[in-house]
Design a protein around this ligand. Structure first.
Ligand code: FE2
Length: 179
């Protein structure tokens, strides 16, 4: 879901740089997804459940794979706040508004894509490598309960609908990479 929204955001930023005024309202919707799904679901699940479980297995909390993951999350949170702050609240955008928003947006997209690739490469494989059977099933149960709670209160479904509407608004172009 995050990768698809990042692709849609990239297409929206292309329009901003070309001077299109339509994405003005949509930037607020991207900001909601970034704050309420990336920060409140992705980071929260990893920082409160996954990373502590791996640290409990003996991995360093402050360095290596877990340290890199914390550092990514901190930087991404900073850039998400910067992106939200860079959204012009006025109807008429200056060239400065466009450059600032596009610059922050592209930095955030690059960082999030690199972060997800790094997690696939080194964080997620560590789960199977480091956790013994009991710890593995405890982790699986905690992650399941986390997901269930967010499904039960409708938060994840709200984010799914938002992601779908952003993808409908900014669909993949023929030369885009596969989602
Ligand atoms: Fe993460």
């Amino acid at each position: 879901m995050i990768a698809g929204v990042l692709d849609a955001l990239e297409r929206c930023i292309d329009l901003v740089e070309r001077g299109d005024t339509h994405p003005r309202e949509d930037m607020a919707r991207f900001a909601v997804f970034l704050k309420e799904f990336v920060q409140l679901v992705h980071y929260e699940k990893e920082e409160s459940i996954l990373l502590p479980a791996l640290a409990h297995s003996g991995m360093s909390w402050d360095s290596g794979t877990l340290g890199d993951t914390h550092a990514d999350h901190r930087m991404e949170c900073h850039l998400i706040e910067s992106f939200d702050a860079a959204r012009p609240r006025v109807a008429r955008w200056s060239a400065h508004h466009r450059r600032r928003l596009a610059g922050v947006g592209r930095s955030l997209i690059t960082l999030l894509r690199d972060h997800m690739a790094r997690e696939e490469r080194s964080l997620f494989p560590a789960i199977g490598q480091r956790l013994r059977a009991g710890a593995y099933s405890d982790l699986a149960g905690s992650l399941w309960r986390f997901d269930q709670a967010r499904e039960a209160d409708g938060h994840v479904e709200t984010m799914r609908q938002l992601a779908r509407s952003l993808l409908d608004e900014y669909p993949p172009q023929s030369d885009d990479r596969d989602l």
